[in-house]
Design a protein around this ligand. Structure first.
Ligand SMILES: [Zn+2]
Length: 173
């Protein structure tokens, strides 16, 4: 699969599979399996972001999650460094949340900023997950600090990294 063709798969029925099965899929390289994507989807609904990051890390992959208007969950497991945002077929906009993982540090890369700018009319909130922290951005409103002074990125808030377990950003659903 080439990068440009990668898309989020159809919405998953979220549920936590036994961690033994998840581990088996990770070790077996079965990264695109339902066991992994359904488990990640459920963790996302629960706001368990550190767990999502750990699964991505154990696979050496970057994971991208979209929650659409009806809170259906779309999970994409990508090659490290190649998460591309593309609205899945059948999804309903606006997306309430876009989450993706980084190998170590959470920050808005140029690619991420391009995605936020491109989809600034379609996404309400985004998180990027790092090894022990996450970074959030919210679309719209008057932010004391924005990701840019003008243009589409000026609609997105610039926020400090937040350590996992501090709460406050797990309010999905
Ligand atoms: Zn990124």
């Amino acid at each position: 699969m080439t990068e440009g063709n990668r898309k989020h798969r159809p919405a998953v029925d979220t549920r936590r599979h036994p961690m033994g099965e998840v581990r088996k899929a990770v070790l077996g390289g079965d990264h695109d399996s339902l066991v992994i994507r359904e488990t990640i989807g459920q963790m996302a609904l629960e706001g368990c972001w550190e767990e999502v990051w750990k699964i991505a890390d154990s696979m050496g992959r970057e994971v991208s999650i979209l929650l659409d208007r009806r809170e259906r969950v779309f999970v994409d497991v990508g090659t490290a460094g190649s998460v591309i945002l593309s609205p899945p077929e059948g999804s309903e906009i606006p997306f309430r949340l876009w989450v993706h993982t980084h190998p170590r540090l959470a920050y808005w890369s140029q690619t991420d900023k391009d995605s936020l700018a491109t989809y600034s009319n379609l996404i309400e909130e985004a998180l990027v997950l790092g090894f022990d922290h996450l970074k959030r951005t919210v679309n719209g409103g008057n932010h004391p600090l924005a990701l840019a002074e003008e243009g589409p990125l000026s609609r997105w808030s610039s926020e400090p990294n937040v350590p996992y377990g501090k709460g406050g950003v797990a309010s999905v659903g």
